[in-house]
Design a protein. Structure first.
Length: 148
């Protein structure tokens, strides 16, 4: 069963930000490793060590619905932050604002399913270095390096 989690693109975005601006307490490399491990673990529904696009999409859709507490098709920043902290933990705290802004394409303070999907698709395509529709730990690492 795929664990419900649309926060996966946010984890990838946070990892990209972490690579560019590591905290004083942790090195960029340590943060990258944690995010890569969490990313694969959160979405790899069949535990094969890769994330297929279908796994990624199903998790994103399921979790977006779960995060949308009032079922209005919108996720507010407070809903996003609450979810990010629950799913990723305290490592996400410094990046929740910038990550939310990266997904909020029209800067209205609200995330729609289409905004999240569009940004997530770009992130996945960037990470899928060989274009085979799956992302491995080995593909994520070079994608993060390019962001530095």
């Amino acid at each position: 069963m795929i664990r419900a989690n649309w926060c996966i693109p946010a984890v990838m975005t946070a990892a990209l930000l972490a690579a560019a601006a590591p905290s004083q307490a942790q090195t960029g490399e340590a943060i990258i490793k944690v995010f890569i491990d969490r990313l694969i673990g959160l979405v790899d529904g069949n535990s094969d060590g890769t994330v297929m696009k279908a796994e990624f999409d199903a998790a994103r859709q399921s979790h977006f619905s779960a995060a949308d507490q009032n079922a209005d098709g919108i996720v507010t920043e407070s809903e996003f932050v609450r979810l990010a902290l629950a799913e990723v933990g305290s490592l996400s705290r410094p990046w929740t604002g910038p990550v939310f802004a990266a997904f909020d394409r029209n800067a209205d303070g609200r995330l729609t399913g289409s905004e999240v999907r569009a940004t997530a698709d770009r992130i996945f395509a960037h990470a899928d270095r060989n274009g085979d529709g799956t992302v491995t730990k080995g593909e994520i690492r070079p994608a993060l390096a390019m962001a530095q």
